[in-house]
Design a protein around this ligand. Structure first.
Ligand code: FES
Ligand SMILES: [Fe+2]
Length: 404
């Protein structure tokens, strides 16, 4: 039944009665050529020209509340640590020992007083200064002041900590500024992690996963559960430079599934910190090139798509909420997480089917719906940073064919 309703809604897309966002585009745009979704040299260039010069989320400020708490982020060959100093400030450094380059920290944790390299024991203060070098007399004229950890640009927005490894983009706080007011009631910066940062490997190029997040055209067919509970966000879209926002509204009609129905009934009663309309909305924010922030009445999450070789990516993410131990909030969060796990599994499955389909010699880029216009913005960003995105096949100097 849901499928039929979904098909009907898609068939009606050309109707003049539908909102602006669903009407046919004046110019027909097309998907990117298949080769760009599985090519080692292109992946290297994407890291260098698209991901390192943009703001990358590392964690929430309350993921590292105490002095010495840290979280790390790996992007291609680079690794960064963000760390809470004793004075309460948050610092970011390359996660690389200044002696012979060993990786210093992994994952997330706490360095109570200093950061000590696991190889020969060089020791750094939380502010990055080198303060300990075992057998110091074995070095000729070693001036410790010359070998502090290399700092990385760090900024905060919405309670999240971001780093930028190269280039000079405007502060990330500026990028999100225009959305600060509508997000204020959620109190992001008071939120705490509801679990650790998780990572998952998808056999999918990171751009396929981002394409998927940037369009809701697939929701009625690809996410039947979500569609039972919420309207697709076709009619409530907005974008700031670099950020897209879609809002789905909870349907009046209750879902036929118990867990979905229970969520629909409970969430409005539990999320009492929010004004009424916000209790009925699921909001999706995406910051180009590779970040999604999902905002639900009961919790929020981020996910970040990182290349993990051509045709593979790491999906890194975490869930946050206001401190709240009421059993009814726990129940709503459990139900919300259950629905989102299902949606996530559906996306992973759908994206992997695209990855496999693109490997076929028969595929040529298909036309894009107006409902996929944010994908187009993403692709335009990619084209502007790497002109080879405009080519139908990989250039010779890239080393020939993509990996199957
Ligand atoms: S590589 Fe870190 S102390 Fe030697
Ligand atoms: Fe999806």
């Amino acid at each position: 039944m849901t499928t039929l309703a979904a098909v009907d809604s898609l068939a009606a897309v050309d109707s003049p009665a539908l909102p602006e966002s669903t009407r046919p585009a004046a110019i027909q745009n097309f998907a990117l050529p298949a080769w760009v979704y599985n090519h080692a040299e292109l992946t290297r260039l994407e890291i260098e020209r698209v991901l390192l010069p943009t703001w990358q989320i590392v964690c929430h400020v309350n993921s590292i509340p105490n002095a010495g708490d840290y979280a790390t982020l790996d992007i291609g060959p680079e690794s960064v640590m963000v760390l809470r100093d004793r004075d309460g400030s948050i610092r970011a450094f390359h996660n690389v020992c200044r002696h012979r380059g060993a990786r210093l920290l992994d994952g997330a944790g706490n360095c109570p007083s200093t950061i000590t390299c696991p190889y020969h024991g060089w020791t750094y203060r939380h502010d990055g200064h080198l303060i300990g070098t075992p057998v110091k007399e074995s070095f000729a004229n070693l001036n410790r002041a010359d070998y502090g950890l290399k700092p990385v640009r760090v900024d905060q927005a919405l309670g999240f900590v971001f780093v930028c490894l190269s280039g000079d983009p405007p502060p990330v706080s500026k990028v999100w500024e225009g959305l600060a007011e509508e997000l204020l009631p959620y109190q992001f910066s008071k939120m705490v992690p509801l679990g650790p940062i998780t990572t998952d490997i998808w056999e999918v190029d990171w751009k396929i996963a981002m394409d998927n997040y940037l369009e809701s055209y697939h929701v009625p067919i690809g996410h039947p559960g979500l569609y039972r509970m919420f309207t697709p966000d076709y009619e409530d879209q907005a974008s700031l430079p670099g950020i897209a926002r879609g809002i789905s509204w909870m349907r009046e009609q209750e879902s036929s599934r118990w867990s979905e129905r229970l969520y629909q009934r409970l969430v409005g009663k539990v999320a009492t910190h929010l004004p009424e309309p916000l209790r009925r909305s699921w909001r999706f924010y995406s910051m180009l090139p590779n970040l999604g922030i999902d905002v639900f009445p009961d919790q929020i999450d981020f996910f970040q798509l990182l290349p993990y070789g051509p045709g593979r990516c790491m999906v890194r993410g975490a869930v946050f909420g206001l401190p709240d131990s009421r059993p009814e909030m726990r129940a709503v969060r459990y139900l919300g997480a259950r629905i989102n796990t299902q949606v996530n599994n559906e996306d992973k499955w759908l994206c992997s089917r695209v990855q496999r389909g693109l490997a076929s010699s028969s595929y040529r880029p298909g036309p894009l719906s107006r409902l996929e216009h944010w994908m187009l913005e993403f692709h335009n960003l990619l084209r502007s940073r790497i002109p080879e995105f405009r080519l139908e096949t990989a250039p010779q100097r890239f080393g020939g064919a993509s990996l199957g």
